[in-house]
Design a protein around this ligand. Structure first.
Ligand code: TMP
Length: 206
């Protein structure tokens, strides 16, 4: 018996990290993130997010895929095979949306690169936390990284890219309105996980 693999996706400052951690605790899953999650992946993350190091879009796509390949091999697949659930803060859809829809690399090629990286492993459920760009920009507090430094237009493309992906593969996606209260967003996510995966989770409501 293998565990479930759940990915959380959304724009920057969508609240997905808080939710991914919360769900992970509720269902007793292994929590991880992308880019990162392994020693090699965290080194790649530093380089990828550093706004001061120039990276060509194709380099960016390859490094994202490299981090993903290592994470699948080292953490995700072995834990699923042992029957544990895994929750990841971002996965393959982030590459399709950021490197494909937003930077303009061919979407199918970016997808192909990621499928190569994961050796075909896909999430059982992807939870998209959708927040209007203006609101997510208001929520930001830290020094902006490479992607947070991007224009409003870039982030609009990210949002639309996610919504397009979710619409085209509705079975594996749950789209959650992330602009409500924390309690409201949490309840919607709990319900989606109960309905789609049949996992029994007591809602924390916060
Ligand atoms: P995070 O801080 O939300 O974890 O995300 C790191 C940034 O990396 C975020 O701005 C999105 C970006 N990213 C990509 O561009 N492509 C990817 O494949 C992944 C996983 C993240």
């Amino acid at each position: 018996m293998t565990g479930y693999f759940i990915a959380f996706e959304g724009g920057d400052a969508s609240g997905k990290t808080t939710q991914a951690r919360r769900i992970s605790e509720l269902i007793g899953a292994i929590f991880t993130r992308e880019p990162g999650g392994t020693d090699a992946g965290e080194s790649l993350r530093e380089l990828l997010l550093d706004a001061k190091t120039p990276l060509a879009f194709r380099t960016e796509a390859l490094l994202m895929a490299a981090s993903r390949a290592q994470l699948v091999e080292e953490i995700i697949r072995p834990n699923l095979e042992q029957g544990l659930h895994v929750v990841s803060d971002r996965f393959l859809a982030s590459s399709i949306v950021y490197q494909g829809f937003a930077t303009g690399l061919p979407v199918n090629e970016v997808r192909g690169l990621s499928v190569f990286a994961t050796n075909g492993l896909l999430p059982d459920l992807t939870i998209l936390i959708d927040v209007p760009v203006a609101e997510s920009m208001r929520r930001r507090t830290d020094t902006p990284d490479r992607f947070e430094s991007e224009t409003v237009e870039f982030h609009e493309k990210v949002r639309q890219g996610y919504l397009t992906l979710a619409e085209n593969t509705s079975d594996e996606w749950a789209v959650i309105d992330g602009s409500g209260s924390l309690k409201h967003v949490s309840e919607a996510i709990d319900e989606a996980i109960r309905d789609r995966l049949g996992l029994s989770i007591g809602s924390t409501g916060s």
